[in-house]
Design a protein around this ligand. Structure first.
Ligand code: TEU
Length: 546
């Protein structure tokens, strides 16, 4: 199938993820904010990104750090004001950066006025129909209405106290108790979100990252998982009805000038079902989590790359490559362990030995691999600094609801959300101003001095300079970005492919140094060569010989 939208920026953009809480704190309260992002936009521009995806900045009680939204049209005072957001969008545009905002349509916050009205209105009211309220099972309704589990541990239901003071109905919440799921069968919910899309499009955003994009529609009747026999894996996700929602959204987006993008967060390992979200009248792109989860192993990597390209080709959508985000263990740490795959097995792997030097070498090699593959690349703030997962945050300082919901069995995601080190030789490393009232909301490691943006700038061996050079080459080389890939013969454990007119990328995932393929020019390596050979865990970009 011919690729639709050939040449559209989102087919091969480099998109930098900002997690606002942890990026830069301008007002000194220990939490990042929009003024901080504005002050540090230069960093993202100099890195060479095309767009910035900003994790939720909306009004929120922060039960899940902003993924619990109480007002989709306004900014939380912790982060600033709507005027700050508008100023950021305008300044980014001037700097050549597009802003992609995070949309959380599966659930809101229990402080959202519509949810509060639903609780106040009582059972059977039209207000309750906007959510999934049900009586409990058991004699006194004391048991959850079905067997669905929350992503944060325990049942996916919370029981409310009715306005008359009695224990009452339960509401569905696939994540924290403070995140009630919307009822997407209700036309008012659909209208509201179309209006929210327009609200931000009118303010000049270039697109939306869609949180848990496969969860919106639920199996009719909310059947027990144990009884469920539908085509999708689970009754709470990947229902056929979700596609109609996205076709509607696409019409809204397409009614605006310019090329704008939807990127779906969906964890779905069935290639055909995954591709359905990316049909030409639905969403443009989705994160490639199977790649993020793959082991650092030549065969596993090649399989996932081939499968990715094949599944996206089914619908003509661009592939995307992502190594880390605000939910996953940072890849320096993952690749520094014996078990290099990622299957949300945080509890199992947390605290197991990590060889940071090895992880860093592989992370650098992986960065050059992702930037050479066809399609879009996502960079999570701090990837470019070679940051690792901070695993020794004391239990009492952890804030992720996944920790609380599982009684600490899940170590949670705080370790990848530690505030970014900008400069200086001790915490807060320029994250907050020197006269800040409060320390960073999560403690930063004592040994991040060499990892600040300032310390790495100008050091040719630093991760930051590697990222900057690689993105500059990627921008200058027409062969990189959108297009096709051709595998080259390579020894066992080595991956080698060409892009377009003779640009070669070779990754050595074996334990032995490897010969370089024939070439006329060495463009970039992720680490030094060894007597002309490519050492283990190293990637090279070459201009291939004819
Ligand atoms: O994540 C969705 C999701 O299913 C997982 O990544 C989730 O974080 C994990 O199962 C928890 O252990 C998205 C957001 O990226 C995440 O930050 C939010 O917490 C979640 O949705 C709820 O909005």
């Amino acid at each position: 199938m011919a690729a639709p939208h050939t040449g559209a920026w989102w087919r091969d953009a480099v998109i930098y993820q900002v997690y606002p809480r942890s990026f830069a704190d301008a007002d000194g309260d220990g939490v990042g904010d929009i003024a901080g992002i504005r002050a540090r936009l230069g960093h993202i521009r100099e890195l060479g990104a095309d767009a910035v995806w900003i994790s939720p900045w909306y009004v929120s009680p922060m039960a899940d750090h902003g993924y619990d939204v109480a007002d989709y049209r306004d900014i939380d005072p912790l982060f600033g004001t709507r005027a700050d957001a508008e100023a950021l969008i305008a300044e980014a545009r001037e700097a050549g950066l597009r802003i992609v905002v995070d949309l959380v349509p599966n659930h809101c916050s229990d402080r959202h006025p519509w949810f509060r009205a639903a609780v106040a209105a009582g059972p059977g009211s039209p207000e309750r129909e906007l959510f999934h309220f049900r009586p409990g099972r058991g004699e006194g309704g004391e048991l959850p209405p079905n067997d669905w589990p929350s992503n944060f541990g325990g049942p996916a239901w919370s029981r409310i106290t009715e306005p008359d003071g009695r224990p009452g109905e339960w509401y569905l919440r696939m994540f924290a108790a403070g995140q009630p799921d919307w009822n997407w069968d209700h036309p008012a919910v659909r209208e509201e979100f179309a209006s929210v899309l327009r609200f931000w499009l009118d303010r000049g955003v270039a697109g939306f990252r869609i949180d848990v994009a496969d969860y919106l529609a639920k199996a009719p009747g909310l059947p027990d998982r144990a009884e469920y026999t539908g085509e999708s894996r689970d009754p709470w996700s990947d229902q056929d009805a979700v596609h109609e929602i996205y076709r509607g959204w696409r019409r809204v987006l397409d009614s605006y000038d310019g090329e704008r993008v939807f990127v779906a967060e969906l964890w779905n390992d069935d290639p055909v079902r995954f591709a359905r979200y990316l049909r030409p009248d639905e969403l443009h792109s989705a994160f490639n989590f199977p790649f993020l989860q793959a082991r650092w192993d030549a065969r596993a990597m090649r399989e996932v790359i081939d499968a990715t390209i094949a599944e996206h080709a089914l619908v003509g959508a661009p592939t995307t490559w992502v190594l880390s985000n605000h939910d996953t263990t940072r890849h320096v740490t993952r690749y520094g362990r014996v078990e290099t795959g990622y299957g949300f097995n945080r509890a199992e792997l947390h605290g197991t030995p990590v060889d940071l030097e090895l992880g860093t070498r592989r992370a650098r090699a992986a960065a050059l691999l992702t930037m050479a593959l066809p399609g879009c690349v996502y960079i999570y703030q701090g990837d470019e600094l070679g940051l690792w997962e901070v695993e020794d945050i004391p239990m009492e300082l952890r804030q992720d609801p996944a920790v609380v919901g599982t009684g600490g069995a899940d170590p949670g995601r705080d370790g990848c959300r530690v505030p970014i080190p900008w400069d200086g030789d001790r915490a807060p490393y320029g994250f907050s101003p020197p006269d800040a009232d409060a320390g960073p909301w999560l403690p930063q490691p004592a040994d991040w001095k060499a990892h600040t943006v300032a310390a790495q700038t100008g050091d040719p061996d630093s991760s930051l300079e590697l990222y900057r050079r690689a993105l500059a080459v990627r921008r200058a080389e027409p062969a990189l970005g959108d297009g096709t890939l051709t595998w080259l013969p390579a020894p066992g454990g080595v991956l080698s492919f060409t892009r377009g007119q003779g640009l070669v990328c070779t990754v050595n995932l074996s334990g032995e140094p490897a010969e370089l393929p024939p070439h006329t020019e060495l463009l970039l390596t992720s680490g030094p060569l060894d007597h002309g050979l490519l050492p283990p865990d190293t990637t090279v970009w070459l201009r291939g010989a004819e």
